[in-house]
Ligand binder design. Structure first.
Ligand code: ATP
Ligand code: MG
Length: 686
């Protein structure tokens, strides 16, 4: 046995790790503290400590904010445990069976308990785009199309629906609070949502929100709820400040007395209220239990240098309301963060690339550096510059590889085979065939809707003559996929060769797109089954990269590009925040209410606290605003974000870039003694 694994922890962290395991008091625990204070690290230590003290890793549920975070946490736990468990550590590899997002865990449990809940265990999951498509379909069926009226768009309908579901709000209330301009459509919306729910049920599909909603309802049922709750001795949640009411009610049903429940978070980093995250969840946590939960706060920051921390503390210190207190650090050396003024976004990209390359020269890997921005499209000019300079990057939280039409087609085929009642998938796939349009596809799918044997119903359908051969091939493929005779993931190669002629007919760049599909097969090989592949890919798709084929260059060094929202919980040596200007942070759209402004301030705080040693906030003077339906795109002349008022400037180094030209070259040249050029010209002819 090696040295005390807890030796590196400070006293407060240690108290949190040992709470109820090797010390008295087994009740619920809240760890609430600022960024970089070691919350996630403490949580990992706690899990390792539980296991060391006899907890069964298979009965621990670890809820994180992303699949990436879940993977990192599991690895961290294994590493910590390995340092102390010696031989026994090997058995621990992969032993934490239940770690993931609320949505992913929900999907797994719902499948497992489908029979108890009257669900089809082969349900497919709709991503946001699919959901919007289905919402649109239903809207047309009800005659609520936008053409005749100013009825809200499909994405707005979906947002209203999603908001009401996640915040456990009545429709009236959701409309009043967040979508007042849609209130006049209340009754139509109610009809639409009820038809939408029926359509999902008929088709055996669940959307993102359903995963939480069904999970919460299952937990509220005495038998299923008890059966699920009985599977977990310990439930631990990271980033608790960004959970919504449904997630909180799931947790309370999993651990009604709070015993075995640990939640961790920072109210100053709550940035998901647009997804109905409820900051009160974390603030009210202790009092929800009797006796109330134990609370541990951490005060020391281990991530950032003092100048960075001082600037971040300054920004969040102006917040109107906050529970967590300022942090301190021992890393007193270091440069103040830079506040960089550049001309426009092109210069912004150049500045960033130059600094990044400089750091790399000093030996800091690209992977230890990140560029953060508010919205995915803000990194456009930077991506161009990086590609031009051949610097590999991976982009988190951006446009997904899976959004490409050809990738969606292929996944649609698998989804349709898995669940032929999934109308959105069916529509997509059936229309791939020549001569088949929406009307024919609709008829074919109508025939499937109530059929006991969907395959037989497809066989019975008489397709248009032009589709004849295509149709037969398609039926052949479906038969093979539904019988699972090809095996997983081998069947993907068959699907691809079936799809190739369709791809070539539809896209001029078919050869390039085909490479994506080959990559998809490689990704698929990492999943044990078709169903797990489809579920997990929908819930947490791979990140987009600079590599055309869209797969992370795992062994290589690459720069991280990320939205601030997706950067939660992570840290890098050098961090750039793009567009630190009013109109972007806070965004033009987020300036409606003071609550929205406060959330934008926390967003900047999250961004700044990702940096360990170097932080740059870049401010293009001219900045491009993309405004859908609000007067179109335009340039604005921007000024420094209001979250850094003059009083905070002393925390920053102000930089103009490119630097003003050296005065020597700018000053008018002193002419030497003049030559008589005219006389020379004349002289030439003498
Ligand atoms: P965030 O709020 O951003 O999620 P956090 O509170 O979860 O941050 P961690 O990511 O757990 O913080 O830790 C931040 C950094 O501090 C990590 O690099 C971690 O290894 C380090 N760290 C945490 N605790 C200690 C400690 N006791 N001694 C040394 N380093 C520590
Ligand atoms: Mg963390």
């Amino acid at each position: 046995m090696s040295a005390d694994p807890l030796a590196r922890l400070n006293e407060d962290q240690r108290r949190a790790v040992e709470h109820g395991v090797t010390t008295e008091g087994r009740g619920p625990l809240l760890i609430i503290a600022g960024a970089g204070s070691g919350k996630t690290n403490t949580l990992a230590h706690r899990v390792a400590h539980l296991i060391r003290n006899g907890a069964d890793p298979g009965r621990i549920l670890l809820l994180t904010f992303s699949r990436r975070a879940a993977g990192e946490m599991a690895r961290r736990v294994e590493r910590i445990a390995a340092a102390t468990l010696g031989d026994k550590a090997e058995a621990l590899a992969g032993a934490i069976l239940w770690s993931g997002t609320f949505h992913a865990i929900g999907a797994r449990l719902l499948r497992e308990y489908a029979a108890w809940l009257g669900l089809d265990p082969a349900f497919t999951i709709h991503d946001r785009e699919d959901s919007a498509d289905l919402m649109n379909l239903v809207r047309h069926e009800l005659g609520l199309s936008r053409k005749e009226s100013r009825f809200p768009q499909k994405s707005t309908c979906l947002s209203i629906y999603s908001r009401a579901v996640n915040a456990e709000m009545a429709l009236d209330q959701a409309l009043i609070e967040v979508f007042p301009w849609c209130a006049m459509w209340k009754e139509d919306l109610r009809g639409l949502f009820s038809a939408y729910v029926e359509a999902k049920q008929r088709q055996g599909v669940l959307d993102y929100d359903d995963l939480l909603l069904y999970f919460a309802h299952a937990m509220a049922e005495p038998q299923v709820g008890a059966a699920i709750a009985a599977r977990f001795d310990h439930v631990l949640v990271d980033e608790y400040q960004d959970t919504n009411r449904l997630q909180a009610s799931i947790l309370h049903a999993l651990k009604p007395s709070g015993e075995g429940l640990t939640v961790v978070g920072d109210d100053a980093q709550s940035i998901y209220s647009f997804r109905a995250a409820e900051i009160r969840n974390i603030l009210d946590f202790p009092a929800r239990f009797a006796p109330p939960a134990s609370v541990v706060t951490l005060a020391r920051n281990y991530r950032s240098t003092a100048p960075i921390l001082a600037a971040a503390n300054g920004v969040i210190g102006l917040a109107s309301e906050r529970f967590t207190k300022d942090l301190w650090t021992e890393k007193t050396a270091g440069e103040a963060p830079a506040l960089v003024t550049v001309r426009d976004e092109t210069d912004q990209a150049r500045y960033v690339v130059e600094r990044i390359l400089e750091k790399r020269e000093e030996g800091v890997a690209l992977k230890a550096q990140a560029v953060l921005f508010r919205a995915s499209h803000h990194s456009g000019p930077l991506e161009v510059e990086l590609t031009r300079r051949n610097i590999p990057f991976v982009k988190f939280g951006g446009l997904k590889f899976l959004d490409a039409a050809h990738v969606k087609d292929l996944l649609g085929v698998l989804r349709f085979a898995e669940n032929p009642r999934d109308r959105v998938a069916g529509f997509r796939v059936i229309q791939l065939m020549q001569g088949v349009g929406p009307t024919t596809a609709g008829k074919a799918l109508d025939g499937l809707a109530g059929a006991v044997d969907p395959l037989a119903a497809l066989l019975d359908f008489a397709p248009p003559a032009r589709a004849g051969e295509d149709w037969r091939d398609f039926i052949g493929l479906m038969t093979a996929l539904r019988s699972r005779q090809l095996g997983w993931p081998a069947e993907l190669a068959t699907v691809r060769s079936w799809y190739e002629p369709h791809l070539e007919r539809r896209h001029e760049d078919a050869a390039i797109r085909l490479l994506d599909l080959v990559q998809l097969e490689q990704i698929a090989a990492g999943y044990p089954s078709r169903e797990r592949f489809l579920t997990e890919l929908t819930l947490d798709p791979p990140d987009a990269t600079s590599d055309q084929s869209g797969v992370p260059l795992l062994d290589e060094d690459y720069l991280i590009l990320s939205t601030i929202h997706s950067a939660k919980g992570q840290e890098w040596s050098q961090v750039f925040v793009l567009n630190a200007v009013d109109g972007c942070i806070p965004s033009d759209l987020g300036t409606g209410s003071s609550a929205e402004i406060e959330e934008e301030r926390r967003l900047l705080y999250v961004a700044m606290t990702r940096a360990k040693t170097d932080l740059h906030l870049v401010m293009p003077q001219r900045f491009f605003v993309h405004q859908q339906g609000r007067g179109g795109d335009r340039h604005i002349y921007a000024s420094r974000t209001r979250f850094i008022p003059p009083a905070l400037l002393r925390h920053f180094r102000q930089v103009m870039w490119p630097m003003a030209r050296a005065t020597a070259t700018e000053a008018p040249l002193q002419p030497p003694a003049p030559i008589d050029i005219a006389a020379r010209m004349r002289g030439m002819w003498r």
